[in-house]
Ligand binder design. Structure first.
Ligand code: BYC
Length: 300
């Protein structure tokens, strides 16, 4: 029979029972989740920017309606996740302040520009595709409010991944120029999508604790590999090429092997020096400020 609060927490983790907001939990567990969930929320919200840039230039009314709905979903994901983080005792204002002052991170991938319509396809297919692989695992994360948010988010992300893949498939089967545009978008988004899974297992700072507390159930490298194996096959189906001269299938392991990623670039980008970091935060600050009167009017 567990007696101390630590025992109660440990027993729940061991028995795979969800930890709920009022349950006892170690301070480090609470802080770990506050960091990860708030960063996840920021990623959803900042991730609206590269796609939002294309709403007025979508090539048809159908494409525009689908893109609008997708971007709105991402905003909704941000809201569920901010709410999940708030149950840990941090306010929305504090989280926004941490984002805007650079104290909190958001996914590296959103610091790259969306240059053509094919980039909208690549973002849905690769970025949402990578997010799903990670988030399917997070549906079984140990913190109840985070796991439940993930269930709904994963359903919506599947639609996002398909809309992106549809754009890429159409462009790849279009005119030579459209095909080239699709290949160029894949060339530019491939490595940033792989970096979404975080540093290699050997370099990951938080994985050990995350495994111990069942926040993570699969490692950064294992999830990256899962994504590669799925995506290489999808690339072949639509007649595009994975931009990696060292890509090869290893029949013994049953997995694709790829070139090492440029981790210097990853660290530069997560530390604020990617192609669009400044632009993304300035945009967020500007519109957050412009929305102040709405928050005040709602008293929220
Ligand atoms: N980007 O010890 P590690 C979407 C940081 S949005 C930036 O492995 P952890 C969508 C990490 O924070 C969904 N930073 O960390 C939206 C840590 O630094 P701090 C995006 C990264 O937490 C709109 C340090 O590196 N998904 O789908 O165990 C349109 C060491 O890393 C990144 C999520 O946010 C990165 N890629 O594992 C379209 C997933 N990777 O915090 C689509 C939720 C690592 O000590 N997050 N860092 O300063 C996670 O699952 C985990 O936090 C990570 C990292 C796998 C990302």
């Amino acid at each position: 029979m567990p007696t101390t609060t630590t025992d109660i927490f440990t027993e729940k983790i061991e028995r795979d029972l969800a930890i709920e907001p009022r349950d006892p939990m170690p301070e480090e567990y609470r802080r770990h989740l506050m960091r990860q969930i708030s960063q996840h929320a920021h990623s959803e919200v900042i991730g609206m920017q590269p796609e939002g840039n294309w709403i007025t230039r979508a090539p048809s009314l159908r494409a525009k309606m689908i893109l609008l709905a997708k971007i709105q979903d991402e905003g909704g994901h941000g809201l569920y996740l901010y709410s999940a983080a708030e149950t840990l005792g941090i306010s929305r204002e504090e989280m926004i302040e941490q984002l805007q002052t650079g104290k909190a991170r958001y996914s590296s991938v959103f610091n790259y520009p969306a240059l053509t319509w094919a980039d909208i396809g690549a973002i849905g297919w690769l970025v949402d595709g990578a997010a799903i692989v990670n988030q399917v695992m997070l549906q079984r994360t140990s913190y109840g409010p985070y796991a439940r948010a993930m269930v709904r988010i994963c359903k919506e992300e599947s639609f996002h991944q398909r809309q992106g893949y549809e754009i890429m498939a159409k462009m790849a089967a279009g005119t030579p120029e459209q095909h080239e545009m699709a290949q160029d978008a894949l060339n530019r988004w491939w490595a940033p999508a792989l970096m979404m899974f975080g540093p290699s297992d050997a370099e990951s700072l938080h994985s050990k604790a995350a495994f111990q507390w069942k926040i993570k159930r699969e490692s950064n490298d294992a999830l990256r590999q899962k994504f590669i194996d799925k995506t290489v096959q999808q690339t072949e189906v639509i007649g595009l090429k994975v931009p990696d001269p060292n890509l090869r299938f290893n029949a013994e392991t049953g997995h694709y092997e790829t070139s090492p990623l440029n981790w210097d670039e990853f660290h530069r980008v997560i530390n604020g020096d990617g192609p669009c970091n400044r632009q993304r935060l300035e945009h967020h600050r500007k519109f957050h400020e412009e929305g102040r009167w709405v928050r005040e009017a709602c008293q929220c």
